[in-house]
Write a protein that binds this ligand. Structure first.
Ligand SMILES: *Cc1c(COP(=O)(O)O)cnc(C)c1O
Length: 369
């Protein structure tokens, strides 16, 4: 028995990756960071590999090692690693690392010496995002130091990469500028004798709409899980996550009944209130209070008043709702239930954040179908 459940449709993940592989001649890296965008990293990784992905991408070393511990041996890149984190352990497990500065390169080289094997290294250039990666004016220095480290047997430069600012707007002028900067960075590498087999810059949106950005590899996250990488187009993707909960308690109340902390909701007419045993400690944003995001069978119902840590209340109107009934909070939308996109629109965020909120939640049973 469960009182809150996330079910993940692994067929949808396989299908989505197959859509991606059909959309490009490049390899597909399935990005499973953030507990697989809340879908479960290990299960999502396996399904993505079944669907045709050849590589995996994560942010941290811990995430990469979690995949290895589960027996997943596919080539894996971890790209967001603070100083002093266990890079040697990552290398020993065959995890590839990134460097975007001389300091990061030094960390990788030191780890390679400890691990007793050269690091599979992806050099990161900042073509405009202004986040990680070497600025173009610092690129040559990083490239020369990397060439030397490769000559010394400490690294093998297997990749060169960057990340888009406006991938969700294929016609945005910044995309073309970044592609030019990326091509120049690749040329500088080649001039230093480095010709890594994996040039990559595209995320899901670019994988689906910007073929000139595919190079050797695309890094797809959102599309793997069936999230639409841009509004209004579904690209044949199928959302993989469904979140449901069972009513813990239900009661009839008259009109004028204030509901939950602060009484930000007052029942407009006599109604049935249902208490749902999920709250912000489970990934339901507190901002979802007083929005129509609960779905009972065929109708959207309002989340009445504030979402609290463990629970929220739904105004069920005339529905004969009783304790034990199932409310659907999020799903593929086929039957009218709210989608992650609907949540994102109502709450003024992106669907990525909605699903990622459900990652690693101890109070929700996660099952795979
Ligand atoms: C998360 C992430 C991706 C995947 O982005 P999507 O838009 O979800 O496809 C790709 N590359 C990097 C560096 C990322 O952090």
């Amino acid at each position: 028995m469960w009182q809150a459940s996330i079910s993940i449709d692994l067929d949808a993940i396989r299908h989505n990756v197959a859509q991606l592989t059909a959309a490009t001649t490049a390899q597909v890296m399935a990005v499973v960071k953030g507990d697989g965008y809340g879908h479960g990293a290990v299960e999502s990784a396996r399904a993505a590999l079944d669907g045709g992905a050849s590589r995996l991408g994560v942010a941290t070393i811990a995430e990469a090692l979690q995949l290895r511990a589960a027996g997943i041996t596919a080539p894996t890149l971890a790209w967001l690693v603070a100083p002093g984190m266990p890079r040697a352990e990552a290398l020993a497990a065959g995890v590839e690392l990134s460097a975007g500065s001389l300091a990061e390169l030094d960390e990788v080289c030191a780890a390679a010496a400890v691990a007793g094997r050269p690091a599979g290294l992806h050099l990161k250039v900042d073509t405009g995002l202004g986040r990680g990666g070497a600025r173009v004016e610092d690129w040559l220095q990083l490239v020369e130091a990397s060439a030397k480290a490769q000559a010394d047997g400490l690294v093998e430069v297997v990749g060169v990469w960057s990340h888009f600012v406006h991938a969700d707007q294929p016609d945005h002028a910044t995309n073309a500028r970044q592609l030019t900067a990326f091509a120049e960075a690749v040329d500088i590498l080649a001039a230093a004798g480095l010709r890594p087999a994996l040039r990559h810059i595209a995320n899901s949106a670019a994988a689906l709409t910007l073929p000139e950005s595919h190079f050797d590899l695309v890094r797809a996250g959102s599309a793997v899980y069936g999230l639409r990488p841009m509004p209004g187009r579904d690209f044949g993707l199928r959302p993989a996550m469904t979140v449901r909960a069972r009513v813990a308690f239900a009661k009839k109340v008259p009109a004028g009944c204030g509901v939950s902390y602060g009484h930000t909701y007052v029942t407009p007419s006599p109604t049935t209130l249902a208490v749902i045993p999920l709250g912000y400690a489970d990934g339901i944003p507190r901002a979802a209070g007083n929005t129509p995001l609960a779905w009972f069978g065929s109708v959207r119902r309002t989340i009445a008043g504030r979402v609290s840590m463990d629970q929220f209340v739904v105004d069920c109107g005339d529905d004969p709702v009783v304790a034990g009934d199932v409310v659907t909070l999020l799903g593929p939308g086929d039957r009218g239930e709210p989608t992650a996109d609907d949540w994102a629109t109502v709450l003024g965020t992106v669907s990525y954040e909605i699903v990622a909120n459900f990652g690693g939640r101890a109070r929700i049973r996660r099952s795979y179908v």
